[in-house]
Design a protein around this ligand. Structure first.
Ligand code: FES
Length: 202
């Protein structure tokens, strides 16, 4: 009669299984950590290619006094408030911010006497740098996207995506923005029932 191998006790089997699964979990965790590290390193070594941009002429700076602003329409139709906030003769006198409110897309405009940008739809207020400080944009920490500017002598230029500028031509200074989200128009109120318009009141 041959000698039989002693069978491991049930407790030993369970310990072995737990040991194996904890090693597997540790290995998977290490693989994940090294994978994440490799992805970060690759991003550092091969950073995303910056978008090509192009400088587009806006206006002669004599056109602005401190407190003045113009609306510039880029080649792809985006509208930008360019405000002059000082008169030192440096490019930092000017700021260019998207005129489209990040809340619901109404048109924001510069109030030179209050040194702020204002959205009339829901009383959105942005400080002189475009940071939301009042109304819905202030509550949710939204800001107006900023564009870079440069001066060449007395000429002011704005930096725009090159594809748009080359494919669609130059931008231009416009008097005001037309359309459904123009200043004073509230897209929320437009959808709300209006008793007079809807004939519910005599
Ligand atoms: S759309 Fe500008 S505050 Fe609402």
């Amino acid at each position: 009669m041959s000698e039989q191998e002693p069978k491991p006790a049930a407790g030993q089997e369970r310990r072995g299984f737990l040991d194996l699964s904890s090693r597997l979990t540790m290995l998977l965790g290490l693989a994940g950590a090294y994978g994440g590290f490799a992805a970060i390193a690759a991003r550092f070594l091969y950073p995303a290619k910056p978008r090509d941009t192009r400088w587009t002429f806006v206006a002669e700076i004599d056109r602005f006094k401190a407190g003045d602003s113009v609306i510039f329409q880029g080649p792809s139709g985006e509208t930008i408030n360019i405000a002059r906030q000082r008169e030192s003769g440096e490019v930092d006198d000017f700021i260019a911010l998207s005129s489209t409110c990040p809340h619901l897309g109404c048109q924001v405009f510069w109030e030179g006497d209050k040194s702020r940008f204002f959205c009339p739809c829901h009383n959105g207020i942005f400080d002189a740098s475009g940071k939301g400080v009042g109304g819905p944009p202030g509550d949710s920490g939204q800001s107006l996207p900023r564009y870079q500017l440069k001066l060449e002598g007395a000429l002011l230029f704005i930096e725009l995506p090159a594809g748009d500028a080359m494919a669609r031509g130059k931008g231009r200074v416009i008097d005001r923005v037309e359309g459904i989200h123009a200043a004073g128009h509230d897209p929320c109120l437009a959808k709300a029932p209006n008793p007079v318009r809807d004939g519910e009141r005599a």
